[in-house]
Every structure is written in C-alpha cells, then in structure tokens.
Design a protein around this ligand. Structure first.
Ligand SMILES: [Zn+2]
Length: 210
C-alpha cells in the first residue's frame, strides 16, 4: 500500500502516520526527516543539501526526488509506505508517479484553522524533561509548572498566534492546488481531523480499504 498523507501543521499527521505505519507494517517516509538524515550522515547528497541551506536556498524538487527514489528501495518499504510532507506542490505531485508508480490513495486530514490555533497556542513544554502540556486539554497540576520535574514550563516561540496563522496561510496557499490535483484524479479522501485520535485513525483505515 502506498499513500500520501496531507494535513496542515498541528493536524495530527505525525500521530496518525505512526499508527498507520504500525497497522499496515509499512514505512513512514517524512521528507523533512530524510533531509535531516542525509545531513546528519554527511552523505554526498547531504553535503550538497547543507550547502544549499546554509546559503538560504530551497532544496530543489530534483534533490528531494532523488532522495525519495533511494529511500523507497529500502527493506522496510517492501509492503509499501506513507509519504508525509510530499508532494508539497503540483509539479512534485506530477513527478511523483514516475518515482513511486500509482498511488492507492491520498488522505487529507482536515482540521479547521481555529482549532489548530487553539491547539498550538495552548501548548506548553518543559525545557528540562521534554514533557508536553496544553493549558486547557492537558494542564499540569500547578499552572505553569512541570508535573514531572517541577521546572517552569515554556511556550515555544513558533506557537504564538501570529506565527501559527502565517504557517496556516502558507499551507493553504501551497497545498490547495495539490488537493485539487488529487481530487481530479479521484484519489482524494478527506478525513475530519478534529475528533479523537482513535476515531480519526479508523476513518482513515476505512477510506484506505474502500
Ligand atoms: Zn519537566
């Protein structure tokens, strides 16, 4: 099984990808992780990528495609894979079939912007032990203090309303054409992503097995 997972930042894509990868025994391929991995292992491509990033450039579609081609040859992809974070634009979507063949489905996890803003701006983390909280949905016993280690909780800089709104705007602008592209191909299944993790998971499984 091969499918693409689309969803805005904060939609719970990572959580679902992890569960789906286990459920179907398929690989979870995140292009962001792939880039970081190439850089960390200092491969030939990794060196090329770090240079581009240091110069403030964008990693080209061609490089990402090359990386993806290599990744899907690996053993854990024999039953298939989930593509997460790719394709990001229509040219990438058009080129994808040449790399992976025919996709089984494109799953879009859809969550209203207001819910995403609520989720992300309420997040608080512990800088010492890494525990995560939410001011409303998962508050610590004492406001602003980590249950686990007593450290003062902090809000990540990126989790302020303005930054989250900007990221959502960029997401909608770039992803809407990709969604339309797959809708026209009859591959798109849109899943409401605002409920419980388990319910969203079973909705995705249902859509994949339709
Ligand atoms: Zn802590």
């Amino acid at each position: 099984m091969k499918f693409v997972l689309i969803g805005c930042p904060g939609a719970g894509k990572g959580t679902q990808a992890k569960k789906l990868s286990k459920h179907y025994d398929i690989a979870h391929i995140s292009t962001g992780d792939l880039l970081r991995d190439q850089i960390a292992r200092k491969t030939e491509l990794g060196v090329e990528i770090s240079k581009i990033m240091e110069e403030g450039g964008l990693v080209s579609d061609e490089i990402v495609a090359r990386m993806l081609k290599g990744r899907i040859q690996e053993a854990d992809c024999k039953n298939g894979y989930i593509l997460d974070g790719y394709p990001r634009n229509v040219p990438q979507a058009q080129g994808l079939e040449d790399i992976v063949g025919k996709l089984d489905k494109v799953i879009c996890i859809d969550v209203e912007d207001s819910k995403i803003i609520d989720r992300m701006t309420g997040r608080r983390g512990c800088p010492k032990c890494g525990s995560m909280y939410h001011v409303r949905y998962n508050p610590p016993k004492i406001e602003g203090v980590c249950d686990n280690c007593g450290e003062k909780l902090i809000q990540r800089k990126d989790d302020n309303e303005e930054t989250v709104k900007n990221r959502l705007d960029v997401y909608h602008k770039t992803t809407a054409p990709v969604i339309d592209f797959y809708k026209e191909k009859g591959l798109l299944a849109t899943i409401v992503g605002s409920g419980e993790i388990e319910d969203i998971f079973s909705d995705i499984v249902k859509a994949l097995e339709e």
